[in-house]
Design a protein around this ligand. Structure first.
Ligand SMILES: O=C1O[C@H]([C@@H](O)CO)C(O)=C1O
Length: 545
């Protein structure tokens, strides 16, 4: 089956949290339309860029793009940007059932509202290993009143202008900023605007709901809960999880979870659904939606105060949740028991020529102007640094509990070239940032693959002993995974998807500040590139037949 979408991307004034600002919409909406498909369908999205003065590119987050690496949507990696006025056609197969996402992958555009979800159902005749009566998707987001241009300019200025904590948290595109905050210009914030009335999840008593919860925050790690209701986690990133029950779900930018919720509480009232910032000293109020028991009025406020959420600085329950996620019995894809190569990636905040940057093994990442996929296929060796980036750091002497001793780094656009079909282990090692006693949570997202999550640990990764603790039996497969403060996370994947794939921190400002790497595998197996991805950098003129 072919699912054909026509999207127009443009700026519009919106008030998702009652405060009026420019937002990027798809066909007038943010979140954009949900792509509904069945496994093995072909998705065609005809995207018209009506942003007037701004390029665009859209990444299909969690879709592996097998055989179509040129439609991954990572600007600078797999395609040239789509220029204003142009229409670009994405065409790819959704090869796995589950919940996935799409979002802008150009500059810091995602945080302007250009995102949505993809829901892929099982083929006819197949059924899920759990049952439910209703199925609903909710995207969590954090929201800033400064434009992405102001944010990006601050991040790349001296003195450094940090984006700061978000002004509000959105649940399915709706949040609430306090319009009586001092200093707000008259007329910009209107608490009675229907655009910012809380999102309502209406439920019938005595049923089971599947809630597909995803996060596309720009910065925040979140805890999500529904007052008085437990949630049974059953899937993440398109893979079934051995079920476990939580009161609150920790979710990081780029992750998706399916949970089951029984509507078995007092049906005479409504309940709060709430998102709370964790892992950073929060100043943002909780995001609130209404979990509405039919037939109560959907706007009737619950009689209770919203749940405060967990303590922001207690990382133990977050690590515990990470450790609890295992592949579901009967749906286990056993990992290769050994790997061919180990790449350790030290995550640090540093400076380069006085600019704040994030880096991996002391190299801060810059995207080239000519996309790698085209450069590699056409053998344009001069467009990026051909020296491979470092595969580790000084594990013996580096103290992950102190700010970097040499805070200065280099920048590079070089890439890791992986042997086709080889098994690669990646160890993400977290450390102290430039501020004392601070280590942040970074959600890392890999394009083109699902990886096995082999293990998590606190402290410095031990090359000899920690691999012995890997889960070789039932590790979950995911596409996005957190590395916890002062901790490490180990992943394994098979380099079996010909193409060029980004791997980066999903915090929008951190990727913008250099927190990412790129892998190449099997470039010689990549088919003929479509000319539509060309036209920028050294590929100018390539689009002529
Ligand atoms: O990249 C970042 O910069 C700030 C801070 O470290 C410096 O202001 C912060 O919290 C980040 O995540």
């Amino acid at each position: 089956r072919i699912r054909h979408y026509k999207w127009e991307v443009k700026y519009e004034y919106k008030s998702p949290d009652c405060y009026k600002k420019l937002m990027i919409t798809i066909n007038g909406r943010s979140p954009g339309p949900t792509i509904m498909a069945q496994q093995n369908d072909t998705i065609i999205v005809e995207l018209k860029n009506s942003l007037l003065t701004e390029n665009v590119a859209i990444h299909w987050h969690g879709i592996r793009q097998i055989g179509t690496p040129w439609f991954d949507g990572a600007e600078g990696v797999t395609q040239c940007p789509i220029v204003p006025g142009d229409t670009f056609v994405y065409k790819y197969v959704v090869d796995r059932p589950g919940t996935f996402l799409y979002h802008a992958h150009y500059g810091m555009q995602r945080v302007a509202g250009l995102y949505g979800s993809i829901r892929v159902a099982l083929p006819d005749g197949e059924s899920e290993p759990f049952s439910y009566d209703y199925d609903q998707s909710v995207i969590l987001q954090d929201w800033y009143h400064k434009s992405t241009y102001e944010q990006a300019t601050g991040l790349s200025s001296i003195p450094f202008g940090w984006v700061g904590e978000p002004q509000s948290l959105l649940i399915q595109g709706r949040g609430r900023f306090d319009c009586s905050t001092p200093g707000i210009e008259a007329g910009l914030c209107n608490a009675t605007n229907p655009e910012c009335s809380p999102y309502v999840i209406t439920v019938v008593p005595g049923k089971t709901y599947r809630l597909r919860i995803s996060s596309l925050t720009g910065l925040s790690a979140l805890s999500f809960e529904i007052e008085g209701h437990n949630m049974t986690v059953v899937a993440t990133d398109g893979h079934y999880v051995e079920p476990f029950v939580v009161k609150n779900l920790f979710i990081y930018s780029g992750e998706t979870y399916s949970v089951l919720i029984k509507t078995d509480q007092d049906p005479s009232r409504n309940y709060w659904a709430s998102s709370t910032v964790v892992s950073r000293n929060r100043t943002t109020p909780n995001g609130l939606a209404i979990f509405n028991y039919y037939p109560n009025h959907p706007r009737k406020s619950p009689p209770t105060v919203p749940p405060p959420g967990p303590a922001w600085n207690d990382s133990a329950p977050r690590v515990a949740q990470s450790l609890a996620i295992k592949a579901r019995q009967g749906y286990i894809y056993p990992p290769p028991q050994t790997s061919d190569r180990v790449i350790v990636l030290l995550n640090t905040q540093n400076k380069f020529n006085g600019y704040f940057r994030w880096s991996v093994n002391n190299v801060s990442y810059n995207l080239p102007h000519t996309p790698y996929l085209i450069a590699l296929k056409e053998n344009l060796k001069h467009v990026f640094d051909q020296t491979p980036p470092p595969t580790g750091y000084d594990t013996l002497n580096y103290d992950i509990y102190s700010p970097p001793p040499n805070p200065n780094v280099t920048t590079s656009n070089s890439i890791y070239r992986l042997q086709f079909n080889s098994v690669v282990d990646i160890v993400l090692q977290n450390a102290n940032s430039l501020s004392n006693h601070t280590s942040e949570t970074h959600p890392w997202h890999l394009h083109g693959h699902n990886f096995w999550v082999m293990g998590y640990g606190v402290g410095k990764y031990d090359m000899v002993n920690d691999p012995k603790k890997y889960n070789l039996v039932d590790p979950i497969m995911k596409n996005t995974v957190p590395v916890h403060p002062y901790g490490w996370t180990a992943l394994r994947f098979q380099a079996d998807n010909p193409g060029v794939w980004a791997f980066h921190c999903h915090i929008e400002s951190h990727f913008y500040m250099g927190m990412g790497v790129v892998f190449e595998e099997g470039i010689e197996k990549v088919g003929k590139l479509p000319t539509s991805i060309m036209g920028c950098g050294d590929t100018k003129g390539f689009h002529r037949p």
